[in-house]
Design a protein around this ligand. Structure first.
Ligand SMILES: [Zn+2]
Length: 420
């Protein structure tokens, strides 16, 4: 019975999943399923139903047996062509509540789509399955309790899709209350609208709801994580974070300002810039004042969410307010930190160095393309006033001039923190 070769377990090198499995269990599973399949095969072949093995456009060396299979991985030529049969195509369901049906011949774009469909199907039918084969070109799954339910799908080179080739749909081992296929990600997406309507919906109520809807016993901590994930999806946090990580310049600007309404206090904000040089807001909070304590809290929340600035090689820009500098030194000691040019120039002006000539020389030094240019503009400032030169020389040029700092060259032109 050549078709039973389907039940052979592939060797461990090809099949990662089996490395972790107990060999005895696999043998037992194989024997039980084979036995069940043999008896089923005898009844079914006498009825000759559920067979698409004689499909004209599928080359099938097993077609003479009338077996419930269109499995054909060898690609040999088969029977003459007749009418090309249309198979149902799997449409990924936007709504996970929609009932999933699986059919022989059903087509999928790839293995991932098939696995998704299989997962939702198993949850909806309250059972868990395990893989006998899980390869790029073919997947065989059986009921975890080996009741005989089995599905096999493989890549159809002719139709250029992943297709269900054989399917034993009878399932008679009852409900599996512990179903690993009911994952946190699935629960978050399935019950998304509940959290949209009621963000405070409790995890314990979610647990009860899943049990009632699907006969699945999910742990409370998994429900908590599902709730967190759902709220994350709803606030767009995930997409937003990805946008920052993948499409923004590696610079984060932070600043604070006073709130001038009846609610006194200060607003802290952190922004990045996207590839169009537009502002990309990252985070904000409202605090009673701007000091080291409030900056530490704000920055630690921000870093917890976006990650380690050293790993991502971000640099920070600010007006170097004292509390902020201390907080940054505490959280990210020695990290590159740049000055806001507008603030620096305002301080420069406040020292009495006003007028267009000072501003042009200052801008020239700040935007210098190399050290030579930077020195040239510094000598221009020196020519105008020795005091101005002394004042500006005290500030580390790496924090404000692109001529001294390659990071600024990567991120031109410097953004003023007042734009935040
Ligand atoms: Zn079963």
């Amino acid at each position: 019975m050549s078709d039973l070769s389907d039940f052979e377990v592939t060797n461990g090198e090809e099949e990662d999943i089996f490395l972790e499995k107990d060999e005895a269990l696999i043998r037992q599973t194989k024997e039980e399923t084979t036995k069940w399949f043999q008896s089923w095969y005898q009844t079914e072949t006498s009825k000759n139903v559920g067979d698409i093995s004689n499909e004209p456009d599928e080359d099938d060396s097993n077609s003479d047996g009338g077996i419930l299979s269109i499995d054909n991985d060898d690609g040999s030529e088969g029977s003459p062509r007749h009418v090309r049969r249309k198979y149902p195509q799997w449409m990924p369901k936007a709504d996970l509540k929609e009932i999933v049906e699986l059919y022989i011949g059903q087509e999928f774009v790839d293995t991932r789509q098939f696995n998704d469909a299989l997962q939702i199907f198993a949850i909806q039918n309250s059972f868990d399955y395990t893989y006998m084969r899980n390869e790029k070109t073919r997947i065989t799954s059986i009921c975890k309790r080996t009741c005989g339910w089995r599905i096999h799908a493989s890549w159809s080179y002719k139709r250029d899709c992943f297709q269900i080739k054989s399917y034993i749909k009878e399932h008679n081992c009852g409900t599996h209350y512990y179903n690993k296929k009911a994952s946190i990600k699935w629960a978050a997406n399935r019950y998304l609208e509940i959290f949209r309507d009621e963000p405070n919906f409790r995890a314990i109520a979610l647990k009860e709801m899943i049990r009632r809807d699907y006969n699945v016993d999910m742990t409370l901590s998994s429900c908590h994580r599902a709730k967190k994930m759902a709220l994350g999806i709803l606030t767009g946090k995930k997409a937003y974070k990805r946008g920052f990580l993948e499409a923004c310049r590696p610079m984060i600007c932070v600043d604070a300002c006073f709130l001038k309404s009846e609610f006194v206090g200060q607003l802290h904000a952190a922004v990045a810039r996207d590839v169009n040089d537009d502002i990309y807001p990252l985070a904000y909070d409202i605090c009673e004042c701007e000091d080291q304590h409030t900056w530490t809290w704000f920055l630690s929340c921000l870093l917890e969410d976006i990650g380690n600035p050293r790993v991502h090689t971000w640099s920070f820009m600010s007006n170097r307010q004292k509390g902020l500098l201390n907080a940054m030194e505490d959280l990210m000691p020695g990290l590159e930190h740049q000055l806001c040019l507008r603030h620096l120039h305002a301080n420069f002006k406040r020292q009495g160095f006003k007028g267009k000539a000072y501003k042009d020389a200052f801008d020239g030094a700040a935007r210098a393309a190399n050290e030579l240019q930077f020195k040239h503009y510094m000598s221009v400032i020196r020519g105008m006033s020795e005091d101005a030169f002394d004042y500006i020389s005290k500030i580390d040029p790496r924090t404000w001039s692109s001529g001294e700092d390659h990071k600024r060259q990567e991120n031109p032109p410097p953004l003023s923190t007042t734009q935040i």
